[in-house]
Design a protein around this ligand. Structure first.
Ligand SMILES: Nc1ncnc2c1ncn2[C@@H]1O[C@H](COP(=O)(O)OP(=O)(O)OP(=O)(O)O)[C@@H](O)[C@H]1O
Ligand SMILES: [Mg+2]
Length: 306
């Protein structure tokens, strides 16, 4: 049984602590990504860990990396704690905190753009379309409603902002920054991965409305998909059986959490900023169950939680 983990502490150099994951340096060629059970909503990281969330993110990414390897090569090396410890003996005593949640990856130089693909019109894309009739600066069919499905998914890149929100940019912006060949390659790879993911998840009851990929380059000039892919944290997952275009959709994974926090805000019991309010056990539990359910629906198997 893996215990809920708020933050990992491993005897390796810590390169970065994100909202959810820690990134450790293994050596010049490899990194170790560790997904904690931290959860964020409305841009605030909650205090309570959501049991099994980190393992769901890591194992779901591993599933997709293997499944979509024919579409794009990835940084994935291993998500098996035994194998990771065998390769990095310094972690032997930390085996328990790696199980399910750690991923050994090939180290790359990240491309400085978030490669977003949208198959449904939601969030900032809906805001842009409503205002200007465009998506990522390009005109879209008129008359689409909020959350409408777009037959041909759209590549909608964004800059990676270290602080604050990422900013949407046009494809031409990426071409100018990276050169046309690399920009085209990223676009093709992103659309291919998204199509593969959306097509696989939809008949299993989950709409992947949009998602964000990151890519990195290797010293020998290869472009790999890195980071996490097609997870609830990097994508909008919607329950297919409740899909009703013409408004916003519930989130497959975070809806219990969002509803709880939205009620507190509405009642004036939380101002929406850190520090976050404490979460009742039922809300944490319901959220955990949603993550496990997403994993099960997509992969067809239960997460091994010992
Ligand atoms: N193979 C790789 N090579 C180099 N960098 C990588 C690789 N895989 C992932 N990364 C980097 O690891 C970092 C993961 O940290 P990040 O801040 O995104 O964590 P997070 O918990 O997802 O937080 P946030 O919610 O802020 O996105 C990213 O900056 C990503 O570019
Ligand atoms: Mg991230």
């Amino acid at each position: 049984m893996t215990l809920p983990l708020v933050a990992s502490a491993l005897p390796l150099p810590l390169l970065r602590r994100g909202k959810v994951r820690e990134v450790y340096e293994v050596d010049r060629e490899m990194l170790l990504l560790v997904a904690s059970d931290r959860v964020s909503a409305f841009d605030v990281v909650l205090r309570e860990p959501v049991p099994h969330k980190g393992a769901v993110l890591t194992q779901l990414s591993a599933f997709w990396f293997e499944r979509l390897a024919t579409v794009v090569s990835s940084h994935f090396l291993s998500a098996d704690a035994d194998e990771i410890v065998a390769r990095i003996p310094a972690l032997t005593e930390h085996h328990a905190s790696l199980v399910g949640r750690a991923m050994l990856v090939r180290r790359t130089t990240p491309v400085p753009f978030e490669c977003v693909v949208r198959g449904y019109i939601a969030g900032s894309a809906w805001a842009e379309y409503k205002k200007a009739g465009t998506l990522a600066g390009e005109p879209l069919l008129p008359g689409l409603v909020e959350s409408a499905r777009i037959d041909r998914p759209i590549f909608s890149p964004a800059t990676k902002a270290d602080v604050g929100h990422d900013e949407n940019v046009t494809f031409i912006h990426v071409v100018r920054a990276l050169g046309r060949p690399l920009a085209e390659q990223l676009k093709r790879a992103s659309l291919g991965l998204y199509e593969g993911g959306r097509g696989y998840a939809a008949p299993r009851g989950i709409i992947i409305a949009d998602t964000k990929f990151e890519f990195g380059t290797t010293p020998d000039g290869r472009v790999l998909v890195i980071d996490e892919i097609l997870t609830p944290d990097s994508s909008r997952f919607w329950p297919a059986d409740r899909y009703t275009p013409g408004g916003s959709q519930p989130s497959f994974d975070k809806q219990p959490l969002r509803d709880y926090l939205a009620d507190l805000k509405q009642d004036g019991r939380w101002d929406g900023n850190a520090p976050p309010p404490p979460l009742p056990r039922e809300v944490v539990q319901a959220t955990s169950e949603r993550y496990l359910e997403a994993y099960k629906r997509i992969t067809g198997r239960s997460l091994d939680i010992g």
